[in-house]
Design a protein around this ligand. Sequence first.
Ligand code: UDP
Length: 451
Amino acid sequence: MSTEPSPNNRRLVLFPLPFQGHINPMLQLANILHTKGFKITIIHTDFNIPNQTNYRQFTFKSISDGLSKTMADNVNLDTVSSVINFMNKSYIPSFRNCLATLLEQEPVACLISDALWHFTQSVADSLKLPRIILRTSNMSCMLVYAAFPVLDEKSYFKTTIQEEPIKDLAPMTTRDIVKIMNGDFEEGKLELISSMIKETKAALGIIWNTFKELEEPEFLAISESFQVPSFPIGPFHKYFTASSSSLLEQDRSYMLWLDRQPISSVLYVSFGSVVHMGKSEFTNMAWGLANSKQRFLWVVRPASVSDSEWLESLPTGFMEEVGERGCIIKWAPQQEVLAHQAIGGFWTHNGWNSTLESICEGVPMICSPCAYDQPINARYVTDVWRIGVMLDNMSEREEIERAIKRVIIDKEGIEMRQRSKSLQKKVNLSLEKGGSANQSLDSLVDYLFSL
Ligand code: UDP
C-alpha cells in the first residue's frame, strides 16, 4: 500500500474578493488545487456571483451583508477602496457563521482568502483555522504598498512635484506614487493597504499569481521583509484552458475579422473591469486610434464612459473613418484574444491580470495606468522588462497616435515584441516540470498537506 500522503480528503475553503480581477485568479487557483486532489468550497458574496456552471466540481456557499450589493453595482476606481473597507466590516458575521457551519460539517485544512479580505485573519484565528492568502497582484506592488507609511510621511502621495526617481524604491517615480492614489488622496486607501499588509504578515503563506524569474530581486526582498512562506506559482491561467469566470458575456463575433488580419498588426485595447473615463479622454482615444491608421480591436465596457450607456460619446464620423480597420465590442475573451497571432500590441490600464496575460503571450503594451497597482505594473513594463511604452496623459491625440505607431510599426515596437517573446519563453519554462512555478506548486501542495 502506498505511504504517499494523499490530499484527497482535504478540503480547502477559498474566499475571492467579488471583483473580476480577483474572481478570475481565485477560481483559476481553485482549479489548480482541485487537480492536485483537494476538495474545494468557494464562499462568495451575494453579488458578482461566480458562474457556477463552469465549476461543478466545487461547492459554493453564498453570504450576504444585505448592504454591499447596491454599492458594488456602482463601484468605480474612486469608490472601490471605501467599498472594500466597508465590506471588511459588514461581512464579518455572515462569513464567520458560514465558516463555522462548514467546520461543524467536516474538517477544513486551510482558508485561502484574497489578501484584501483582511478581516478573515481574525475570523480564522478565532476558529483556529490556518489562513493563507492569495495576492492577486505581484511582488513589486506589495513592496511599494509596504512602503506606504514612509511615502506618506514624506508627503509623496499629495505632492505633484516633477517626476523624480524615489530613492530605495526603484524604479518608482514621484509621479507614479501620486498616480497610485488617482489624484484623490484619502485615508481610507491607506487604511485598506495597511490592514492588508498587516494581515498578510500574520498569514501562514502567500500565494502569488506571478513567477520567480519575472521578479527575482522582489522575491528575495519579500522573503526578507514578510517572513511568510511565498509560493509564486503563476501565471494561473496557463495551467490548463481555463473555464470562464467572466462576469460579463464575452463577444466572439469579431473572431473571423481577427483571423483575416496580418500577423502582429492589430492593437487590442481594453481597460479592464473597473476603470471609468471622462468623455474627452474617450474622444481622444478614438481619434488617436483613427489617426494612427492602425488596425484595432477595442473593448468599451458598457457604462465605462461618463454619461454614456455605451458608444454615444464616439465622435461623429468615427466608424466611417476607421471602416474595416477597427472593431468595437463590449467584452472579450481576453486571454484568447491576446494569444491570437494577429495581435501586435495591447493598450491597457495595466491591471495585474491584464499585464500578466500580455506577458504570457509575448505582446508589448501601451501603458495607461489609472490607480492602485496599475502605475507600479506600468513602470515595471516600461523600465524594467522594457516591453511597453508609457502613455499616462490622454489629453493629446498626437501622443496617443505616436504611442500606437511606436508599438505596432516602429523598430522600437519590434524590439519590445522580441523581449516580450523571450519573457513568454521564461513563463513556459517555469511551468514545465522542474521549472520554478512548477516547483513552487509542489511546495504549496506539501505545505497545505502539512497544516
Ligand atoms: N477581461 C476579459 N475581457 C475583457 C477585458 C478584461 O475577460 O474584455 C479580463 C482580463 O482577462 C482579466 C480581467 O478581466 O483577467 C481584468 O483584470 P485586471 O487585473 O487586468 O484589471 P481590473 O479589471 O481588476 O481592473
